[in-house]
Ligand binder design. Structure first.
Ligand code: GDG
Length: 494
């Protein structure tokens, strides 16, 4: 897998050559294309996500089927009587099979058990999981609804199914019960915690039983794989082979492997050089009075796991301990609002807003605002311009499966400059030891690292950035997709 660099074409070829007559099927909660009404027109949007980028060539080459929840307000209008639509409409490549959920189902399955139960359970962020029995019942029901849709799509064919994420812990088992001959893999995009934490979940055995319905189970890092093996060892009567990283349970074996997700390095590098980005940089410099200042950025989905509060505490400490930098450093925090219906998110956002105001009133003056909060959905051009403007980028997750912001920052730095400050609790740290590492809870040390980033000599910045860019360029999103698909193909062919 390491010899030649992976790109979209090579991944496409791999699938064309090796898939044979297997149907390739992906299942995720979020759909790769969303149809919605814009006035009287139907428009089709593709959500910006690494996952759709990686799986798109696989889907195109395999002419497969993607099963997902139809969330757009025009989604029903464009499907046929079997709830299918060929996408993209203008150049049909593969089938999108939409699954419909009621508002109650979305509340219990998505917001409830997935995001108030499993999300805090798997992230050690000290937010207690909420285990509502009604949410769990809905989660089980929705997993069954998706299993039915998958089985209908497969019909009498041979197939490989790739399930995405923690929304579907029970799905693979449900599929295998009906069709043990299918090859089923799942990628879990968030961390897997230690056994001591996981056992707080009242339904731990059912969840593990569901996951062991998979032939292949992928996580971002080796340590999440170890945690899963240990959790199973403590919970189920399964045969655990740590050397081979396999689990044998109820007569079948699951291979557990790390597949560190990534970004489309070449595309991001190319976009970073666009004229529109240069213009946007100029306009941001002007708007926030950045000329001659050191600029730091943070860019996250507004989630308590991302350590935004801790980041602002460190910034507060930085201006307190190093007053010479007052007036010279501006930090821009971009944040896409997320899961705002959930109480823990509202509370976290409120604390962040309060601290942001307090930093600006404590240190700011008429000619200098230390902290700029851009907490709204930003365009791609603005995001790229922010990455390019930033002398340093801060990723301070208190826990994070991987964290793509770190890899995006590095990919956009076509000038091979800039400093990445990275939490040791983000999965990305395994591949990026050349970042300045922090413990987001150690506020004084974190503030010292901000100072180190600002003062780092150019040669050192370039040396570190060059190594990180090489890593992300080789371990790009197509390499991730190819690794998973190759594994699934070898399992299916045994
Ligand atoms: C999960 C895991 C894992 C940020 N602000 C804006 C915006 N963003 C984009 C970033 C990045 C994405 O959102 C966030 O990706 P992350 O990887 O940081 O995190 P999660 O959403 O939590 O994703 C994570 C990932 O799955 C993949 O497996 O890495 O660990 O938690 O792409 O650039 N995008 C837009 N406006 C913004 O303001 N459009």
């Amino acid at each position: 897998m390491e010899d030649l660099k992976w790109d979209e074409d090579r991944l496409y070829q791999l699938v064309q050559e090796k898939l044979g007559d297997y149907l390739f099927l992906v299942v995720s909660n979020r759909e790769p294309y969303i149809h919605s009404m814009s006035g009287k027109e139907i428009i089709c949007n593709r959500p910006v996500s690494g996952l759709t980028e990686a799986l798109d060539p696989v889907m195109r080459a395999s002419k497969g089927t993607w099963v997902a929840y139809g969330s757009g307000d025009a989604d029903r209008t464009v499907v046929d009587s079997s709830n299918r639509v060929v996408v993209p409409l203008e150049k049909p490549e593969y089938t999108l099979r939409r699954v419909w959920l009621t508002d109650d189902e979305v509340a219990g399955f998505y917001l409830g058990f997935s995001n108030e139960g499993l999300w805090p359970l798997c992230h050690v962020a000290f937010v207690s999981p909420t285990y509502r029995e009604t949410d769990w019942d809905t989660y089980k029901r929705v997993n069954r609804i998706f299993a039915e849709a998958v089985l209908q799509e497969v019909a009498g064919r041979k197939a490989m199914v790739l399930v995405q994420d923690y929304h579907f812990a029970l799905l693979s088992r449900l599929i295998k019960e009906q069709r043990p001959d299918l090859t089923v893999g799942q990628f879990w995009h968030i961390p897997w915690p230690s056994h001591e934490i996981f056992r707080t979940c009242p339904w731990q055995e059912e969840i593990l039983d569901g996951l062991l319905g998979n032939d292949l189970l992928g996580f971002h890092t080796q340590s999440y794989c170890h945690n899963l093996l240990a959790t199973v060892e403590h919970t189920l009567k399964a045969n655990v082979d740590h050397n081979r990283s396999t689990l044998t349970y109820r007569g079948k074996t699951t291979l557990v492997q790390p597949f560190p997700i990534s970004v489309d390095f070449d595309r991001l590098s190319q976009e970073a050089g666009n004229e529109a980005v240069e213009r946007e940089m100029e306009s941001l410099r002007h708007e926030f009075d950045l000329a001659g200042k050191y600029v730091g950025v943070g860019m996250d989905r507004m989630d308590y796991t991302k350590g935004i509060l801790e980041r602002l505490q460190a910034l507060d400490k930085f201006f307190e301990n190093f007053p010479d930098y007052r007036g010279k450093v501006v930090f821009i925090q971009a944040g896409m609002p997320s899961r705002t219906q959930i109480d823990s998110y509202q509370k976290s956002n409120e604390r962040i807003d309060n601290l942001a105001s307090s930093i600006n009133s404590k240190y700011g003056n008429e000619s200098w605002k230390p902290l700029v909060m851009m907490t709204r959905q930003l365009t791609l051009v603005t995001l790229v311009a922010l990455r390019r403007l930033a002398n340093f980028c801060v990723v301070s997750s208190v826990h994070d499966g991987m964290n793509l912001v770190a890899k995006e920052y590095v990919s956009s730095r076509i000038d091979v400059d800039g400093v990445l400050i990275l939490s040791q609790f983000a999965g990305a740290v395994d591949e990026m030891p050349d970042a300045l590492l922090i413990n987001p809870y150690a506020i004084t040390e974190f503030a010292n690292q901000i100072k180190k980033a600002v003062e780092m000599p150019e040669m050192e910045r370039r040396r570190r950035m060059k190594t990180m860019r090489e890593t992300v360029s080789n371990h790009n999103i197509y390499w991730w997709g190819a690794s998973i698909v190759s594994n699934l193909i070898s399992i299916a062919r045994v």
